[in-house]
Design a protein around this ligand. Structure first.
Ligand code: OFO
Length: 180
């Protein structure tokens, strides 16, 4: 184990966020399973895919804590929330989970700034950008849902939207910095 290069406070905050990322994965997993059971295979596929992204986020936190001489603590993950009422509810709740997560990520960047912990500030920036992408991605799907569900042949449009999501990317259209 290397010399500890993060504060005790930061270690605790990063550990909390690591568990929160695992919770985010639980949310996507439970909503995906709900969508699958309710015959929305495309949406389920998209949500299962995103569950893996959240697990990767959790692992990024784990590695960072350990690499900086802290100790990642694997703790209990909060139970997934109740099933959504319908697809619209599912998408809106997914967006709210992402917004809540963005707020927590911003707090880490803020603490790193206060502590002049520039490595953690830099680490947090990856997540700040990731959250912009994720909110944009889910907002885009909500827009499609709103269009699909307000047409006269609503069910048919919803069917098509679900089919489109089968191969949907997990990335938003926002270019990442390295793509400029
Ligand atoms: Fe959905 O995001 Fe992790 O951080």
């Amino acid at each position: 184990m290397g010399k500890k290069r993060i504060s005790d406070k930061m270690e605790k905050v990063l550990n909390t966020q690591m568990t929160r990322e695992a919770y985010q994965a639980q949310v996507y997993l439970s909503y995906a399973s709900w969508a699958e059971v309710n015959s929305f295979a495309g949406i389920a596929n998209f949500l299962y895919g995103h569950m893996h992204e959240e697990r990767e986020h959790m692992f990024k936190f784990l590695k960072y804590i350990n690499d900086r001489g802290g100790v990642a603590k694997i703790e209990a993950i909060e139970a997934a929330p109740a099933n959504p009422k319908d697809i619209g509810d599912c998408l809106r709740k997914t967006l709210q989970h992402e917004i809540d997560n963005s707020i927590e990520v911003d707090k880490i960047a803020n603490l790193a700034h206060e502590e002049k912990d520039w490595p953690t500030f830099n680490f947090a920036q990856w997540f700040v950008k990731e959250q912009i992408e994720e909110e944009t991605l889910i907002n885009g799907i909500i827009d499609k849902y709103n269009l699909a569900s307000t047409e006269v042949d609503g069910n048919n449009s919803l069917y098509e939207m679900d089919r489109d999501l089968t191969d949907a990317s997990q990335e938003s259209e926002t270019p990442r910095e390295e793509e400029f």
